[in-house]
Design a protein around this ligand. Structure first.
Ligand SMILES: Cc1cc2nc3c(=O)[nH]c(=O)nc-3n(C[C@H](O)[C@H](O)[C@H](O)COP(=O)(O)OP(=O)(O)OC[C@H]3O[C@@H](n4cnc5c(N)ncnc54)[C@H](O)[C@@H]3O)c2cc1C
Ligand code: SF4
Length: 507
């Protein structure tokens, strides 16, 4: 998959046009297929309205691509992910590729399951769990826990409590699956990461910890199509939503996946964040990196970069978070799913002073499906996982800020874009009302993100030493959180949401 990550075209940077889009690209409109995803109408084909053309027009061009990799995974090699300054973006693998004269097309299911357009959460929830969410903040759930792997090396090697890795190892070793899709950091080069189908515990362990730049996991669907067996899958919320839509559409590769796991996702950053961090340490190129780990060492861990010259750079997690406002991905700003609501089991950091003090690695765990519950019970009985049940209010207190960022912030941001006539993702539900004070906070957040993303601001932050900017950022972050807490948390726990065509209870 090396070429997928080939440092992509700089053209977009120069022209302002997204990669893969040409100046004279036709305007595309009209239906692309029926909701079963089985057909592209002959009209569409005649008019050249091929699947990839529509994705370029409606998703990639407007900057809505979440980098999930689904369209590439369903393109039979006609597309590949190209690394651009705005993350990996699908592009034709060859000049005669999709959209080109006589070029091959991509499966219509790719359009229907593209999370960049937004996927209908209420519908998917019913299709996966057989009911509407009991919480529009957390999604459908059967239990909320704080826990960790009881195997010390797995707990220590994980991003938080090693829970995801431990579950995947258990699924493999107990024969419940034949393989597991995880992300392996360090491939094809030290600073990159790619999805792999792990067949052994060692391979799963090699995929532990978080990768904070986008990794297009769903490109793996192509490899999966040639394999028999049942699989576990670890993916981010948009990737999971896309996978669930494909399962709903009857896609054969997606249907091989028996267990869906995933981390909570607040924000991710473009690779340029890493380049900036390297430059601020006097390292000019990513090619100098020989090893990269985002959550090394004692929880919450530190970013660790080893270089050819033998340097070892380390930045505590809360310090390197200063990069987020400068390099946050657009999809982080438009996603409304923080806790990976369509997975069987989802896992985040258990941010609570009680656990943070211990520094041993604690995960917040949400189990959503019956089979997820069975797995957790068996693992507990075998002494592989320690789990302590928590209340919804405790779960909310751990992640209130990020839940607000998604469940109100993203909807405000989407509303602003829609008001400007821009294409936006549609998730099939929205908050019934957002207080004016909360909207005003969003104006400040948007202003800060805009300012931080400017060239002078990015340059300036590089010139400041981490020993100064890290603690400064952490202090400012705490002050900001304290100051905005009343506005951001007020009414969050009881917020009501409208499912289009009906009203849903916020709890
Ligand atoms: C981009 C990102 C943002 C996050 N933001 C938050 C947050 O705001 N708040 C919070 O509480 N938690 C967040 N998390 C989750 C947190 O970092 C841990 O992943 C989570 O606590 C699980 O820890 P663990 O020890 O159980 O996982 P581990 O046992 O370390 O396993 C992690 C699993 O996730 C997979 N994985 C890692 N990165 C990616 C990726 N980029 N794409 C697909 N799969 C991946 C790995 O392959 C591995 O299987 C985020 C994670 C990511 C990847
Ligand atoms: S969001 Fe996923 S499916 Fe949609 S264009 Fe991007 S990579 Fe393709």
């Amino acid at each position: 998959m090396g070429e997928l990550w080939a440092r992509g075209s700089r053209r977009a940077e120069k022209t302002g046009r997204p990669v893969g889009q040409t100046e004279d690209e036709p305007t595309v409109s009209g239906a692309i297929g029926d909701e079963k995803g089985s057909l592209v109408s002959s009209d569409a084909r005649r008019d050249g309205r091929l699947v990839f053309e529509r994705l370029k027009e409606e998703v990639i061009g407007p900057g809505l691509c979440t980098h999930c990799g689904t369209c590439v995974g369903l393109s039979n090699g006609a597309l590949e992910m190209k690394l651009t300054p705005w993350g990996p973006i699908p592009a034709a693998a060859s000049p005669g590729g999709p959209g080109g004269p006589g070029g091959a097309d991509v499966s219509p299911a790719a359009y229907l399951a593209c999370p960049g357009r937004g996927l209908n959460y209420p519908e998917l929830c019913t299709s996966v769990f057989g009911e509407q969410p009991n919480s529009w903040l957390f999604g459908c759930y059967r239990g909320l826990y704080v826990g960790y792997s009881c195997v010390p090396s797995i707990r220590r090697g994980g991003a938080s409590g090693g829970v995801i890795t431990q579950i995947v190892v258990y699924l493999l070793e107990s024969g419940l699956v034949d393989g597991a899709i995880v992300v392996r950091q360090g491939w094809p080069t030290a600073w990159q990461a790619e999805p792999v189908i792990a067949r052994s515990a060692d391979e799963v362990l090699g995929g532990s910890q978080s990768v904070y730049v986008p990794v297009p996991v769903n490109v793996i669907l192509r490899e999966l199509s040639c394999m028999d067996g049942r699989f576990a899958y670890v993916g981010l919320p948009d990737q999971v939503a896309s996978l669930r839509r494909l399962q709903q559409l009857g896609n054969p590769s997606a249907r091989k996946i028996e267990y869906v796991l995933g981390p909570y996702v607040g924000t991710s950053v473009y690779v340029a964040a890493l380049e900036s961090y390297l430059r601020s340490n006097g390292i000019s190129s990513l090619e100098e990196v020989t090893e990269l780990r985002y959550r090394e060492g004692e929880w919450p861990g530190y970013l660790q970069v080893k270089t050819r010259s033998g340097q070892v750079l380390r930045a505590a997690k809360f310090y390197y978070n200063y990069l987020i406002p400068f390099y946050i991905t657009r999809s982080s700003l438009l996603s409304v799913d923080f806790t990976n609501e369509l997975s069987d089991i989802s896992v985040g950091d258990a941010w609570h002073p009680r656990f943070e003090k211990q520094r041993d690695g604690f995960s917040a765990v949400i189990v959503r499906s019956e089979k997820g519950e069975d797995v957790l019970s068996s693992m507990q009985a075998k002494g592989l996982l320690s789990l302590e049940e928590i209340t919804r209010d405790e779960a909310l207190s751990m992640h209130g800020h990020m839940l607000d960022f998604k469940k109100r912030g993203s909807f405000i941001r989407i509303g602003w874009l829609a008001a400007m006539g821009k294409p936006v993702p549609d998730y099939g539900y929205r908050p019934s009302a957002i207080p004016v004070t909360r909207k005003m906070i969003e104006v400040v957040i948007a202003g800060l993100f805009w300012l931080c993303a400017t060239r002078p601001a990015r340059r300036l932050v590089e010139l400041l030493p981490l020993s100064m900017v890290g603690p400064l950022f952490e202090v400012l972050r705490r002050i900001w959180k304290r100051a905005t807490k009343p506005g951001k948390r007020k009414g969050l726990g009881s917020a009501a949401f409208d499912v289009y065509g009906g009203r849903a209870d916020g709890r």
